[in-house]
Design a protein around this ligand. Sequence first.
Ligand code: GDP
Ligand code: IMO
Ligand code: MG
Length: 424
Amino acid sequence: MKVDVLLGMQWGDEGKGKAVDVLTPHYDVVARFQGGPNAGHTLEFEGHKMVLHTIPSGIFRENTRNVIGNGVIIDPYVMGQEIKEASAYTDVKSKLFISLKANLILPTHRLLDHANEAAMGSRKIGSTLKGIGPTYTDKTARKGLRIGDILSPDFDTRYRMLKEAHLRQVESMGFDYAEVCMEGMPFETYEKAWLEALEHLRSYQLVSTEYLINNALSDGKSVLAEGAQGTLLDVDFGTYPYVTSSNTIAAGACSGLGVGPSAIGRVFGLFKAYCTRVGTGVFPTELFDETGEYLRKQGQEFGATTKRPRRCGWIDLPLLKYACMLNGVTDLMMMKVDVLNGFETVKACTDYEIDGKVTREIPFCLDGAAHPVYTDFPGWEQPSEGGRISENLEKYLHFVENYLGRGFYLLSYGPDREETLIFK
Ligand code: GDP
Ligand code: IMO
Ligand code: MG
């Protein structure tokens, strides 16, 4: 059996949570492979709405094992709160497996995230302030603490040493953290709650998830790897430096779960029928007019993690083509087609004009010099409940398939798991 990968092809928030929840009945294992609580994956089912940050989006289906892989970074407090909330609907504990090799986000990593952002002023990344950058920095600098370390007798000493080093760093930056608020708490209160949550974590299934996944594959079980963020936030191929600190592309599933490239099967590439971005950085098709405002309102484009308003614009096909290439996408999934219902004309960026030349290739430095060239398409109606789609939408889908050189597997026309069309 293979590991199928599902990931975002834009700047995150494409609807990955919903899509994973829809696909989960076909899989035995669902696994997160990178990122951390910067993610906010929304699921709507049977009148409930849940936003997951660390727990995989397969958790609400029966008989599925949910894995948090080694590539993920974990804040025990944030995850603990999430587990409490999700436990109202399902037995999370029995279905969740956490990698011993996953790195821990310390409260002082979050302080450093605040300090770094404050120091950058107008050039700040616009991070989620969850400690993502500093935690991955410590991981690659080989200073981090991992989930498995909490079982070791010298954990307290190592925690204290790392915390003190972080505090010295924060102080040397002249950053006053008295006013910093983490999950509604000042630093000292947060640290206390964090340590309590860490204690609680010991009672969970902490395992070598690389064995769990590979054994599952050998036993003929199917695995779905759930990406977080999106391709354009990838630390190598995204719009650097305005990116996250992990590899969000399909290759990240190999290093973040401990599987070889030959174990990868299908790669589902998700995108919205338009495009959004939170935080700083280039966004060639961004709309600053009433259409952008309409998309934000109609699509309820406010961050699932930070509640920040998302920047909105038209779909960008050259960037999606780039994402298909980087990820080896086999199947396309278009989300939120309903948000464009009733538009007389829908625009899609099909080329860029850069220094008078028309191109589809993404330049090293994608900036204001890249002007989107648009193609207009006649708008469409909402797909009917039986899943029949209007002629205009069908034509548009064919155009996108031809442009990207892959076929559609799924179309989503509402937030609920039922509002989904699967193409055979
Ligand atoms: P993720 O981070 O990729 O999982 O996406 P988010 O949960 O951050 O943002 C996607 C938002 O769109 C959530 O509020 C979803 O409930 C919602 N959503 C997902 N699919 C659809 C859809 O097809 N139509 C509409 N209107 N909303 C959707
Ligand atoms: P999901 O999984 C959208 C963005 C932040 C910021 C940049 C770096 O829900 O799609 P970080 O906290 O990672 O250092 O922030 O990345 N970002 C996201 N934007 N969806 C996400 O996750 C994101 N995770 C990080 O807004 O611009
Ligand atoms: Mg999200």
